[in-house]
Design a protein around this ligand. Structure first.
Ligand SMILES: *Cc1c(COP(=O)(O)O)cnc(C)c1O
Length: 361
């Protein structure tokens, strides 16, 4: 059986050992005679899975005790509404930095619920950099300050967090969670769709500081109120049971096989370094992002010719390198090299690019 190298921006690759373990437990989970997919979420076996997943996430990320971990559905996109409904209830103000399409969507959705201000933007250059911030623009009475930590479509990342003082920093970490160590205590709230680095689509993880829960707008639907899920251990209704189980296996892989987030960071730096070094040397392929803001996870690049871009994407696909076509707003190519992409996959991609350059440069 040949497994392709999948460079998709999401859903993306899962570690092979995780898929193999899930396959081995598919018909009979640990002697229960049933698949995790078929199991009651109220069973003691399932309770052990969700508790284990939370404990591992807390351990691997070093989440402080005064933070709640919630396993929800609805994707990161639902958080664009859920965050303001729960947090924008003091002054009714929130500040945003516009670093791409997802940051823009978060800003637009929150604007339906309160007074949102874009304090900086990098739209002028197709979001190819992280804008410099002027703290004088920050509103000290804002209920929160929102950033998108890693910009999946454009390939930029915040290397330094903005200093927002006592205003809680909220970050969309969908495409960088678990890719390197993160100081959770710098944030009021973190949220991520699972389908990039955590597991299958359908699970959304929220990590929220305790004191920010319990202040939702009166009109907030029960299912959109963080308090509901805190009070019920993410089991107010049926959680995405199988996705949580796979997430637990991914966390076990991170802890036992990768060496935690410090080990993961080293591997991710190695992979991204291979590709960036090649792009910096290449006379055909060029990275599209300001060097100081380059992401470890998503790497867009172009040849400068739409025709050659298309030729490369199709030759790569035929050779087993999938989903390298760039987002339509950037064009060219994008290699998403999340945690589960093996080093070998990037080495082989670079070799393929070098060969293509020789033939077409
Ligand atoms: C993928 C992605 C989203 C959208 O996530 P859904 O779970 O599909 O709603 C939002 N933000 C970022 C940064 C992403 O990478």
């Amino acid at each position: 059986m040949a497994r392709a190298y999948n460079f998709s921006a999401g859903p993306s690759m899962l570690p092979e050992s995780v898929l193999a373990k899930a396959a081995s437990e598919m018909l009979d989970y640990q002697g229960t005679g049933e698949s995790v997919m078929e199991m009651s979420h109220r069973s003691k076996e399932y309770q052990a899975i969700i508790d284990g997943c939370e404990a591992l996430l807390r351990e691997v990320m070093g989440i402080p005790d005064n933070y709640k971990v919630l396993f929800l559905q609805g994707g990161a996109s639902s958080q664009f509404a859920m965050v303001p409904m729960n947090l924008m209830t003091g002054s009714g103000k929130a500040d945003f930095v516009i670093t791409g399409q997802w940051a823009t969507k978060a800003y637009k959705e929150a604007s339906r619920y309160g007074d949102c201000k874009a304090v900086a933007s990098s739209k002028d250059k197709t979001f190819s950099y992280i804008p410099k911030l002027d703290p004088a623009e920050f509103r000290t009475d804002a209920d929160y300050f929102h950033i998108c930590l890693n910009n999946t479509i454009y390939g930029t990342v915040w290397h330094e967090l903005p200093d927002t003082g006592s205003v809680p920093l909220v970050a969309d970490v969908s495409s960088c969670i678990l890719s390197e160590p993160i100081d959770v205590s710098r944030f009021g709230l973190l949220y991520a769709g699972a389908q990039k680095n955590m597991g299958p689509a359908g699970l959304t993880v929220v990590i929220v500081r305790e004191d920010l829960v319990g202040k939702a707008m009166e009109s907030t639907p029960t299912m959109f109120n963080y308090q509901t899920h805190v009070d019920n251990g993410s089991m107010f209704n049926t959680p995405p049971t199988y996705a949580i189980y796979i997430c637990k296996l991914v966390l076990e892989w991170l802890k036992n096989e990768v060496g935690g987030l410090a080990g993961m960071k080293k591997i991710n730096e190695k992979k991204a370094g291979l590709l960036y070094d090649f792009l910096d040397r290449s006379k055909l392929f060029k990275g599209t992002v300001a060097k100081e803001d380059r992401s470890l996870m998503n790497i867009p690049f172009v040849t400068g010719s739409d025709e050659l871009d298309a030729k490369f994407v199709s030759e790569a696909k035929a050779a087993g390198f999938l989903n390298l076509k760039g987002h339509r707003s950037v064009g060219g190519m994008r290699a998403s090299i999340y945690n589960a992409m093996p080093v070998e996959g990037v080495e082989k991609l670079v070799a393929l690019m070098a060969k293509f350059e020789e033939a077409n440069g």
